[in-house]
Write a new protein. Structure first.
Length: 363
């Protein structure tokens, strides 16, 4: 099996993606956006990865320094929930690629606190194309499906949760070995209030969200080309040319050093942030109404999603909560400055920031 290369150690994660170097077009952001909005699926092409400026890397390193303790606390809270639910049968399955470093941190924390090892795989799931069936079969052939815990970094509005639920339903219908599989997604931050497996409801910055491949083992976004069947793994490419800029383990090791002092009572979300009767999607709909947007997929709420849209797509405007802590969005302001993206204030209930994607006519 020709698995994609990565700078992650196999002791930390098994990347269940095939190497598709040379088979997938790599396009600049504007061209990719036009194709995406004209009907070409985003998983059939890859973006030219943003090369961070010196100023941006300075902000990233400051964020890593100031927010790694927060990340460690969220990891500790979430790891306790996972062990409480699955115990020693836990099988971590992270969603590439934002979920991959979080899965590694959870695996290491479980070993640190509970002194047992859990397997960790990273797989592809793509909105509009579903989960990697081949990867899931490989995992279910080795482990009890009931022990699988899906992992991601954060939840924006919850779109991937719906994809995951439908995928698990199909898997259960396809084979008895998937009986008992739980589609619940575990994340460090869930401001959308859609999962009970979270580290915090606060929309805080996970430092790894600031970067692309250079903080996720030099692996690209995952792809599923038109000629790929469910009998083969989804694909990815290894960015060997960025090896000198790889900070994947710098992030892991920096957060890990706070495991011993992590406080599971660290976060203090507001009443609005904890209100499960008003979810993230409700706020997204309000934004759509305020900005006359017909497609909710053009709205990318939360620190993580806004960062990603600035790195990979073409936002029209970035909305900022005037009451948000500056340390959560300094990097976003820098990206907006570099890419000449306007910002505006918006009184969020759930989120600190939100990116709104340009329609193709504006490009």
């Amino acid at each position: 099996m020709n698995l994609v290369k990565t700078t992650y150690l196999s002791d930390d994660v098994i990347m269940l993606m095939q190497d598709v170097k040379g088979r997938v077009p790599i396009l600049d952001t504007a061209e990719r956006e036009k194709l995406n909005q004209s009907g070409v699926h985003y998983s059939e092409m890859l973006p030219l990865e943003y090369v961070p400026t010196d100023e941006y890397m300075k902000i990233y390193n400051e964020s890593l320094k100031s927010l790694s303790y927060d990340a460690a606390c969220a990891v500790a809270i979430l790891a306790d929930k996972i062990v409480n639910r699955h115990g020693k049968n836990t099988v971590l399955v992270s969603l590439a690629r934002a979920g991959t470093p979080i899965g590694i941190l959870l695996k290491r924390y479980i070993k640190f606190k509970y002194d047992f090892d859990v397997p960790h795989y990273s797989i592809s799931i793509i909105r509009g194309k579903g989960i990697d069936v081949k990867a899931m079969n490989i995992i279910a052939d080795k482990h009890r499906a009931s022990g699988i815990q899906f992992i991601d970094g954060w939840i924006g509005k919850g779109a991937i949760n719906t994809v995951l639920e439908k995928a698990c339903e199909k898997l259960c219908q396809s084979d008895n070995k998937f009986t008992g599989i739980d589609s619940t997604l575990a994340v460090l931050t869930d401001p959308a209030c859609v999962t009970d497996m979270y580290g915090t409801r606060q929309d805080f910055l996970i430092p790894s969200a600031c970067l692309n491949a250079t903080v996720t083992g030099l692996v690209s976004r995952t792809v599923k080309l038109k000629d790929m069947t469910d009998d083969e793994l989804h694909g990815a490419v290894f960015y060997k040319e960025n090896i000198d800029h790889d900070v994947s383990y710098d992030f892991i090791n920096t957060v890990e050093q706070y495991f011993a002092s992590a406080d599971t009572q660290h976060f203090s979300p507001s009443i609005a942030e904890m209100d499960e009767n008003f979810k993230g999607i409700d706020e997204v709909k309000e934004i759509c109404k305020a900005y006359d947007i017909s497609d909710v997929n053009k709205v990318k709420p939360g620190v993580g999603e806004t960062t990603r849209v600035l790195l990979r797509r073409v936002p029209h405007v970035v909305l900022i909560n005037p009451n948000a802590d500056q340390k959560y969005f300094t990097h976003i302001q820098q990206l907006c400055k570099e890419k000449d993206i306007p910002t505006a204030y918006y009184n969020f209930k759930k989120y600190n920031v939100c990116g709104i994607i340009k329609v193709v006519a504006d490009l």
